[in-house]
Design a protein. Structure first.
Length: 89
């Protein structure tokens, strides 16, 4: 599973546990509701500031995402692309 999809799933799950709406979480993180939606559905590459803010607010340990980061046999991290050439990480 691609990193951004898994991150979105975790954000959505943690947001629900805290009974936050997308609107409230977007306001707390200082992003638009539309961007919050695209994050949760794995449609957006999340910037570092946004990822850290979401992790802080939702108590997400970002280390759990390491297993979803793709790397080659040389240990280099790479992006994964779908058939349309869209980045999946």
């Amino acid at each position: 599973m691609a990193l951004q999809i898994e991150f979105g799933r975790i954000v959505q799950e943690k947001r629900a546990e805290k009974h936050y709406t997308q609107e409230l979480l977007a306001e707390l993180v200082d992003i638009t509701v539309r961007h919050m939606h695209t994050v949760e559905y794995g449609e957006a590459e999340v910037g570092l500031r946004t990822a850290v803010a979401l992790a802080d607010i939702l108590d997400i340990d970002l280390n759990i995402l390491k297993q979803y980061a793709l790397h080659d046999t040389d240990g280099r991290y790479r992006k994964e692309y779908d058939e349309k050439g869209t980045t999946n990480i």
